[in-house]
Write a protein that binds this ligand. Structure first.
Ligand SMILES: Cc1cc2nc3c(=O)[nH]c(=O)nc-3n(C[C@H](O)[C@H](O)[C@H](O)COP(=O)(O)OP(=O)(O)OC[C@H]3O[C@@H](n4cnc5c(N)ncnc54)[C@H](O)[C@@H]3O)c2cc1C
Length: 259
């Protein structure tokens, strides 16, 4: 099938995007990398009259480090994250997760902001953002607000983002020297969406864990944290025995968010 006819605009400034959104309301749709949206148009699951392409808006691009947080612009592509020196240094979990997203052609076009806005529970970035205590910066004509990743994903493909808001960037606290990270997932073939995955991080001082975060991919209608297991691990030694106990605890009461 082919997409229905639509109008197309490519503004250069964010304020033009807000003006277009205000004028066209529900008839307009934001276009980032198009890797999800264009498929839904081709399948006629969505029939917007206007696509607002954000490719030319430089304010939404780039990865920056201000000494405390890493700021990833909404239009930064999966490949740019995969190859960024700043990301490798300050948010190594993202560098570890990026190669698991689809294939190169999709990673070259798909964006961080598009993935977060879409809120797919099987996607890598939402779970990473939960594990890393990330913050989503959402802007509209009403101003800008900061939404913690923990509060952002509210249901299947549903988020806290209001209809008139645009994700402009996400902020991630930088990795500390005593922070351990792990990212792993199971997929049928390389490039497929994960069947299940886990983004995990903990602070480890003298072999003792604190600030444990376990964020799961593909186990529910949103990316999910195992809050009780995180609490149980807090203060425990980082050892194979402790981790095996935690994993059997997760397995025993699936889905793991309940443990
Ligand atoms: C074959 C295939 C395999 C894939 N495999 C994976 C995978 O394994 N893991 C994975 O995570 N993803 C996967 N994807 C999805 C891919 O990562 C997409 O890039 C991503 O989901 C959406 O990003 P996008 O930039 O393409 O957004 P678009 O498709 O352009 O937009 C998606 C939605 O988000 C909205 N939106 C986009 N940007 C913003 C913004 N800044 N503010 C507010 N709303 C916005 C759009 O209006 C639209 O509703 C796959 C896609 C394909 C086609």
């Amino acid at each position: 099938m082919k997409a229905p006819a639509f109008s197309y605009v490519r503004p250069r400034q964010l304020h033009e995007v807000f003006a277009l959104m205000e004028t066209h309301g529900d008839e307009a749709r934001l276009l980032a990398g198009g890797q999800t949206l264009l498929a839904t148009l081709n399948m006629r699951l969505s029939e917007p009259a206007l696509l607002i392409d954000m490719q030319a808006i430089s304010e939404l691009k780039g990865v920056n480090f201000d000494g405390k947080v890493l700021r990833i612009g909404a239009m930064v592509t999966h490949t740019e994250i995969e190859t960024s020196g700043l990301v490798a240094l300050h948010a190594p979990m993202l560098a570890a997760a990026a190669p698991h997203i689809a294939h190169r052609a999709i990673r070259n076009l798909g964006t961080f902001g598009g993935s977060i806005a879409y809120g797919d529970p099987a996607a890598e970035w939402p779970a990473c953002l939960l594990a890393l205590d990330g913050v989503i910066l959402a802007r509209s004509l009403r101003g800008e607000r900061r939404i913690a990743a923990d509060d952002f994903f509210t249901g299947l493909y549903t988020t806290e983002l209001a209809a008139d808001e645009v994700i402009v960037a996400c902020e991630i606290p930088v990795a500390q020297a005593n922070q351990k990270i792990s990212f792993s997932e199971l997929a049928r073939r390389h490039g497929d969406y994960a069947i299940v995955g886990l983004a995990a991080t903990a602070k480890v001082i003298d072999h003792q864990m604190s600030r444990v975060r376990l964020a799961w991919i593909g186990v529910g209608s949103t990316p999910m944290r195992s809050s009780k297991t995180e609490q149980a691990l807090d203060g425990q030694p980082l050892s194979m025995q402790t981790l095996n106990q935690a994993l059997s605890c997760c397995e025993a009461s699936w889905p793991p968010c309940l443990t």
